[in-house]
Design a protein around this ligand. Structure first.
Ligand code: ADP
Ligand code: ZN
Length: 645
């Protein structure tokens, strides 16, 4: 066995001079050290945690070629562009590459010029790939296997091509293997380690807490109005709205367009051209809202996605975490917003019951759904619940979710709850909440008269709460187990276990739950304004300065810088974030450096970018701003008025 090649440069120096960053994050430093010492490793890190640096830094320290294996073409292209901007020789080989680029990459490889090669697993072992691994003029330094969960059949994204990666162990025993994934569940983790023979001491786990993401969940009351009000707070920002079905995606995209919002639809049923046009638009930067099914996800690595909104419940809490994780990869404040109604859960439950899965599988699915509903209905810190579900403990409430920032105080509802249960009982345990609320409020609808429900003793006995409050109470009675929504009667409510229901009916126990105030749902914006964007619990301490924190003058600068960046990106045909991340532009706008030395200390400004853009930036920062008033995005007051729905 040959000894590991000696590092030819110091990783801290590479981090500083090439990438322009001052310090490693989380386990990055330990991972890099292990790889440089010739060890293999498994890295579990959330999206946005900084996995790329774990192989990019060693690649520049080690002699020879680092091979990065990933199934995501968009990621390959972005990283290759990004590395070239940093003055690093990188190339990719994948199916969507124009032939002349592929042959240029080959030529560079055979001349031994590349430091990093990005390749898909299926290419790696096909004819040309095999040739590649055998006949290089330089040593193989490292195999980085990104999205390593694709190796596991337990995971949600198994790819048979990944199994072939086991061959690397036999064929190149001396080349370190670095497997990385954002999927942390233990079974997947074991699968990866076993297949790639990664020793236990080579496992590195970062915290999965995404401190910069603010979680906000609300009952679904008037979905359209709620969504429009939310989007009004996010003008000039890019985000994703997830909906369950293709039809709903189309409807909501059309609604948003009619409201003058730059929105696109995306789902698997679109023609390929429309899909790739949507992807291009999204990758191209700028404020755009993509309304999508979960088909829109893997490979979305735009770092400045400022929000992810769910207007339907996701499939599970794990799915929610992955989907919301696409927001704020750049570490700047971002928002995960969701509305949910009792009907969503009922529908999901029905799908489980009607599916052809085994009884065992159905049990697992029911458990997952319960966890999701519990999260959605929670009145406490959501981040604590979410992380607990991922197997991590957050000792203190986070200070950056609605449970922490806008707690809903409990209201004594024993009497209304008894009335609600009576209404269920008197109507025969088969009606949904909407009808039951009508009965309690004494409504005079055709359906009520038809069913004779206006003659019941419970008709009209519930005037103390309004419709929204009753709906909320019913939802919570379901989530607490007093009521069960029965798929047999299409979501009709029936009693839960007698041991739970009877004491409440008899008035032997009392019940307090948070209820919305009477009238319309309290405006979220008010609560948020009161909480202030800088309100920091322990969880938010990692969140950086966001656009909303800029002064007026800084916001104007930031707008100038963004315009400049867009020009650069267009000229070079790359996405804007490849030129500079928002985080770097914000720091430039705040600090306004005046010398190259000062400029070099800004995070994200390495040697190559300093040379390339330094003069331009300094000239721009020293001249009076080109923009007149700040854009709407930087003037929070302008966007807080609710649209009239
Ligand atoms: P992942 O692949 O884990 O989703 P990335 O590798 O894309 O995450 O990194 C997310 C963002 O964090 C990128 O913008 C990256 O440049 C930045 N980043 C990563 N590590 C550091 C660091 N040590 N210092 C500053 N920024 C970092
Ligand atoms: Zn919280």
């Amino acid at each position: 066995m040959s000894a590991p090649p000696a590092p030819i440069a110091d990783p801290h120096q590479v981090l500083r001079e090439v990438f322009g960053y001052s310090a490693f994050r989380g386990p990055q430093e330990a991972v890099v050290a292990r790889v440089l010492a010739g060890g293999s490793a498994l890295v579990l890190m959330p999206t946005g945690g900084g996995k790329s640096l774990c192989w990019q830094v060693p690649a520049l320290c080690l002699e020879g070629l680092t091979v990065v294996i990933t199934p995501l073409i968009a990621l390959m292209d972005d990283q290759v562009e990004g590395l070239r901007q940093l003055g690093v020789a990188a190339g990719a080989l994948h199916s969507a590459l124009p032939p002349e680029e592929a042959s240029a990459t080959w030529a560079a490889l055979l001349r031994g010029e590349l430091k990093l090669l990005y390749i898909s697993p299926e290419r790696l072992f096909s004819g040309e790939g095999a040739r590649l691994l055998e006949g290089l003029p330089v040593p193989l330094a490292l195999f980085a296997i990104d999205e390593a969960h694709c190796l596991s059949q337990w995971g949600h994204d198994f790819r048979p091509d990944y199994l072939a990666l086991g061959q690397l162990v036999e064929r190149f025993p001396a080349v370190p293997r670095l497997a990385l994934t954002a999927t942390a569940d233990p079974r997947t983790r074991e699968d990866i380690a076993r297949h790639l023979r990664l020793p236990p001491e080579g496992t590195f786990v970062a915290s999965f807490n995404r401190a910069n993401i603010r979680y906000w969940v609300r009952p679904k009351e008037e979905p359209r109005r709620q969504l429009l009000a939310f989007l009004a707070e996010h003008r000039e920002e890019a985000g994703i709205v997830y909906a369950r079905s293709r039809k709903r995606v189309e409807q909501v995209a059309a609604l948003l367009q009619a409201e003058g919002i730059d929105a696109l639809a995306y789902h698997a049923g679109l023609e390929p051209e429309r899909r790739s046009a949507a992807l291009r638009r999204f990758r191209g930067g700028g404020p755009v809202v993509v309304v999508a099914t979960i088909a829109f996800g893997m490979g979305i690595n735009r770092p400045d996605v400022r929000f992810v909104a769910h207007i339907d419940l996701p499939k599970s809490l794990e799915a929610y975490y992955q989907e919301t994780g696409r927001a704020g990869r750049d570490g700047l404040p971002a928002e995960a917003w969701m509305i949910h109604g009792g009907g969503d859960g009922v529908q999901l439950r029905q799908w489980i019951e009607e599916s052809s899965a085994s009884e065992e599988q159905k049990r697992v699915e029911r458990g997952k759904l319960d966890a999701l509903i519990q999260f959605a209905e929670a009145a406490t810190c959501r981040r604590q619940l979410l992380l607990a579900h991922l197997g991590e403990t957050l000792p203190e409430p986070c200070g950056n979710c609605d449970g922490c920032l806008d707690p809903q105080p409990g209201v004594e509802v024993t009497e209304p709850a008894r009335k609600a249960l009576s209404a269920v009982h008197r109507t025969g345990h088969r009606f949904g909440a909407a009808h039951l609320v009508d009965v309690l409020l004494g409504a005079d609808t055709a359906r009520i008269r038809e069913l004779g429900h206006h003659t019941l003793s419970v008709h009209g006995i519930g005037k103390e709460l309004d419709r929204g409050q009753w709906r909320s109470l019913f939802r919570q009675l379901v989530s607490l187990g007093y009521l069960i929504s029965d798929p047999e009667t299409r979501g009709g409510l029936r009693f839960g276990p007698e041991a739970l229901v009877r004491p409440l009916l008899r008035g032997e126990v009392s019940l307090s739950v948070p209820l919305p105030p009477p009238g319309r749902e309290r405006r979220q914006a008010n609560a948020r304004a009161a909480a202030g964007s800088g309100a920091g619990g322990p969880g938010s301490s990692g969140a950086a300065v966001g656009v909303a924190d800029l002064s007026e003058g800084q916001a104007v600068r930031f707008a100038d810088l963004k315009r400049w960046r867009l020009e650069q990106a267009r000229e070079q045909g790359v996405p804007p974030y490849v030129v500079f991340h928002d985080r770097t532009l914000i720091e430039l706008a705040c600090r306004q450096p005046t010398t190259p030395e000062e400029l070099a200390t800004v995070s994200g400004v390495g040697r190559a970018k300093l040379e390339r853009y330094g003069a331009d930036l300094l000239a721009m920062l020293s001249s009076p701003s080109a923009s007149s008033p700040p854009q709407a995005s930087s003037a929070p007051a302008a966007s807080s008025a609710p649209p009239d729905a």
